[in-house]
Design a binder for this molecule. Structure first.
Ligand SMILES: [Zn+2]
Length: 225
């Protein structure tokens, strides 16, 4: 096999594919359709790009089994995720961005900055463990903290929990949760879990109740107190 090294920054779409595969690969190989849905790209284009990534040694792709990252592809994905999450933290802490704004800006910037810049950023920020949404930030060597959180949608009445992370990064969701103070670190007690439609009602530290629809509750990750 050729000795391949990622010398140049990966192009935007290449990096997006690697990140999508990394995010979707929780339960094994990823189907073309899942990648297609995640990136809003036609399945035919996904198949072609997966073939190219395979030639680059970043992805293994078998027609009927789906795609997975090679060791090198995995390392590249983690490098991008690290950059992305550090940039988000920087935008929030130093440039006055709100937590619903940082994701889109970081998506643009992560493809243009160097590893040197990323390491300096980590230094400036004091090597944070988590980004503004509570997602763990991979270390420079690719080490990633294990998460022991579960979706709020799986909680039961009476559970006392702390919000550890919000798993969705679309602005409407983050604006909604942010306005209600439902951000990482917040303590909640589960008042009701409605089987009928999955609505979870929680009470926060100030005694205010919040009813979250099933999909929203599923995107709020919590840890037991
Ligand atoms: Zn993000």
């Amino acid at each position: 096999m050729a000795d391949f090294k990622v010398a140049q920054p990966l192009s935007t779409s290449t990096g997006d594919y690697l990140k999508a595969l990394w995010e979707l690969s929780g339960s094994g190989d990823v189907s073309t359709n899942d990648v297609s849905a995640r990136l809003s790209v036609a399945p035919g284009s996904v198949t072609r790009m997966l073939g190219r990534l395979q030639e680059m040694g970043l992805v293994r792709h078998e027609r009927y089994r789906g795609a997975s990252l090679t060791e090198r592809g995995h390392a590249e994905a983690l490098r991008l995720v690290r950059r992305h999450r550090l940039i988000e933290t920087f935008l929030l802490e130093h440039l006055g961005y709100s937590w619903e704004e940082v994701h889109e800006e970081a998506e643009r910037l992560e493809h243009t900055v160097s590893d040197k810049f990323t390491d300096r950023l980590a230094q400036l920020l004091g090597h944070p463990d988590r980004d503004p949404h509570g997602a763990p930030i991979p270390k420079a060597d690719g080490a990633l903290a294990q998460e022991d959180s579960r979706p709020l949608s799986e909680a039961t009445v009476g559970d006392r929990v702390r919000i550890s992370r919000v798993g969705r990064e679309d602005a409407p969701t983050l604006t909604y949760l942010g306005e209600r103070g439902l951000v990482p670190g917040r303590l909640l007690e589960v008042e009701e879990v409605r089987a009928l439609d999955g609505v979870v009602t929680v009470e926060d530290e100030d005694g205010t109740s919040h009813a979250l629809g099933g999909a929203l509750a599923a995107s709020v990750l919590v840890q037991d107190l």
